[in-house]
Design a protein. Structure first.
Length: 304
């Protein structure tokens, strides 16, 4: 397979989709991104990196941070995590409030916002400064020491993040947040604000493609079994109420973010990152999904 040719062709083919979607505007600092931008990168376990489009441009990884935060917390806290958060798809939007009250403040999975807030709470208890720990982890796994938060985006989300505040306060009332609500929210927003480009993101995902062992840092980040677990939750919950459509069309564990990025993992082979800021109705990158669909369909590669 000629990966460079394939992703160059895909970049050309998805161009018509760029005009059909708009960036997230509920976080005002994200609304200004030009939706005409597109980038895709593939990092392979044999050390190659292929990239196309605006692959140097860093963007806010938003909920993609949840996959890495889950990996960090699973590594240090293990299965005790599952007493605080479930591992079933929610079938609801990522910021939904309704299910949480029915289920006594225990979020369905670690990737909806409520679940990520619980994971952040555990990270604060286990790792201390959880957002800095995540930033340092991603600096190592992308071999890019300059990665950092976008404090303007974090502040913009903090100012407008009433739904996340509602979720966090409700869970606190149920006893499922142990740290101070404002502190949990601040670390969650900061982790979401991290800026990376697709090349850095694809590289950082390699430990998930390599059964927990990072070919970038040389560290065993997860056990083989834990890497399987994170990938499984990405497949079933990583794109929220579109997880069925992603599994059907892409056939890979994926984690999306409202910054327009999507990270996809092909265990044993490669990690793929795609970015285009225009989102579909369920908060996932419209051109990103189109690109990943074409990548697995044309290459014949997927977990199925
Ligand atoms: O909490 C939020 O709403 C954002 N910081 C992250 C949401 C997100 O990226 C959902 N993904 N598609």
């Amino acid at each position: 397979m000629n990966i460079q040719q394939l992703i160059d062709d895909i970049a050309a083919d998805v161009r018509p989709y760029l005009a059909q979607a708009a960036p997230a505007d509920y976080i005002p600092a994200l609304a200004g991104e030009d939706p005409q931008q597109f980038a895709m990168a593939v990092a392979t376990l044999d050390g190659q990196l292929y990239a196309t489009g605006h692959s140097d441009k860093r963007f806010s990884i938003q909920s993609i941070s949840k996959a890495f935060m889950l990996a960090r917390v699973l590594a240090v806290y293990g299965d005790a995590l599952w007493q605080r958060v479930g591992k079933e798809p929610s079938g609801n939007p990522f910021n939904s409030l309704v299910q949480l009250e029915y289920e006594q403040g225990v979020p369905r999975n670690p990737f909806i916002n409520a679940g990520a807030l619980v994971v952040t709470d555990i990270a604060l208890s286990q790792l201390g400064d959880s957002s800095s720990a995540l930033r340092d982890f991603l600096r190592e796994e992308s071999a890019q020491p300059a990665l950092d938060f976008d404090y303007v985006i974090a502040a913009s989300e903090s100012e407008h993040g009433h739904r996340n505040a509602a979720l966090a306060h409700f869970m606190k009332s149920c006893g499922n947040l142990h740290n101070n609500v404002e502190q949990v929210l601040a670390h969650y927003f900061r982790a979401c604000s991290l800026r990376m480009n697709v090349a850095e993101l694809a590289r950082a995902g390699l430990f998930l493609a390599n059964h927990g062992a990072s070919p970038v840092s040389g560290a065993q980040r997860l056990t083989r079994s834990q890497a399987k677990q994170v990938n499984a939750i990405m497949l079933t919950c990583g794109t929220y109420d579109a997880a069925g459509e992603f599994a059907y069309r892409v056939g890979l564990p994926c984690k999306s973010g409202v910054g327009g990025g999507i990270l996809a993992v092909l265990p044993g082979k490669m990690s793929i990152a795609v970015w285009s800021p225009g989102l579909d109705a369920r908060g996932n990158s419209l051109a990103g999904l189109e690109a990943l669909d074409r990548f697995t369909t044309r290459s014949g590669e997927s977990v199925f």
